[in-house]
Structures are given as C-alpha cells and as structure tokens.
Design a binder for this molecule. Structure first.
Ligand SMILES: [Zn+2]
Length: 191
C-alpha cells in the first residue's frame, strides 16, 4: 500500500513538471484571476485569526533572522528601495496615509483618523466631485490625487490631543474653501 502511494506521488511530481501541464496551469490561473483572488480573500477572512497567530508566532521565533534579512535587503537594494518608497508615496494609499499624518505634523495633536481609504473614497464618490460649500466641480485625477481636501468636524484647532476622527467627522471640500475656512475657523462652512 505504502509503495503504491509513493509511486503515485512520484508520478504526480513528474506530471506537474511537464511543460504542457505547466502551461495549462498558467493559462488557468490567467483566465481565473478574479475567482482565485476572490477565493484567497474569502480564505483570509475566514482564517484571519489563525493566519495572524501563525504569522506572529513565526515573527517572534525568527526575529533575529528576519532583522538580518531586512538589513541585508536594504543594503543590497538601496536604489530599489528609494524607488519603491517614491512609488508608495505617490500611490493612492501613500497619499491617503500622508493626508492623515499631515495634520498631526502641523498641529502636533496626535490625532487619530479611524477610517479606511475605501470609506474616504466612498465619500468622495458621493460628492460627484462637487465641493459642498462653493458648489464648484473638481475632477479627481485618479491615483489618489484628490482635488477635494479633508475637512474636519470639529476643527482640528478645537479638539484636544488624541481626538479620534471617524468617517462621520470628515467631509471632502475643495482646497480653496478649506483654506478660507482655516482662516475664519468654520464660519464659511454653512454658506
Ligand atoms: Zn469649495
């Protein structure tokens, strides 16, 4: 029985090495990209706890090795790293993170923005590009180059340190209205 299993395993191993099988497999992956992504996403959501636990354990047990690997990678990929940082910063997610962090730098209040890029994008989409204050239309350039900026309610200048802004506390308004509003502290908001 055991020999039979081994034979089968060996056969399968060889089978998956055949060029036509590899090609068929790649074609299948190519044609079912969306289903595969969907499956992976579902799998991750269903097994999130287990995956996180396993990952954390792995990091804990291999911290030294991981740190050494990171250091070596940085040393050997200096240029690549520069490019990837640049790429990240100009990506939609990078801009979104900066949008949250910029206020902290300016006001030094350790504000927290407790909403996701998807929720923010959803708000922008709902405006149809129109600034709710001046009613001018601003077309989104894509890739996170929002023409509409973030308006905080209550204003950043009024809140105490560590205030948490949820998605219900922020509104997309145009840059010019946001700047005007900044000078007059909220007076222009309900025009
Ligand atoms: Zn405006």
């Amino acid at each position: 029985m055991k020999r039979l299993v081994n034979k089968r395993q060996i056969y399968l191993k060889e089978y998956y090495k055949r060029p036509e099988v590899i090609e068929r497999r790649q074609k299948y992956i190519e044609e079912h990209k969306e289903q595969i992504e969907e499956y992976k996403r579902k799998y991750y959501i269903e097994n999130k706890e287990r995956i996180t636990k396993r990952n954390n354990e792995y990091v804990r047990e291999n911290r030294k090795r991981i740190n050494e690997y990171k250091k070596r990678w940085v040393r050997e990929n200096k240029d690549k790293r520069k490019i990837s940082i640049k790429e990240y910063e100009s990506s939609e997610r990078g801009r979104f993170v900066r949008l949250k962090v910029n206020h902290n730098r300016r006001y030094n209040k350790n504000l927290e923005h407790n909403f996701t890029l998807e929720e923010w994008n959803d708000k922008i989409t709902k405006t149809g590009g129109y600034c709710p204050i001046c009613k001018n239309r601003f077309v989104n350039e894509g890739n996170g180059k929002w023409k509409l900026t973030i308006d905080h309610n209550p204003p950043v200048s009024k809140v105490t340190k560590g205030f948490v802004y949820g998605i219900e506390n922020v509104e997309p308004i145009c840059k010019s209205c946001n700047q005007k509003k900044g000078y007059k502290e909220g007076e222009v908001l309900l025009k």
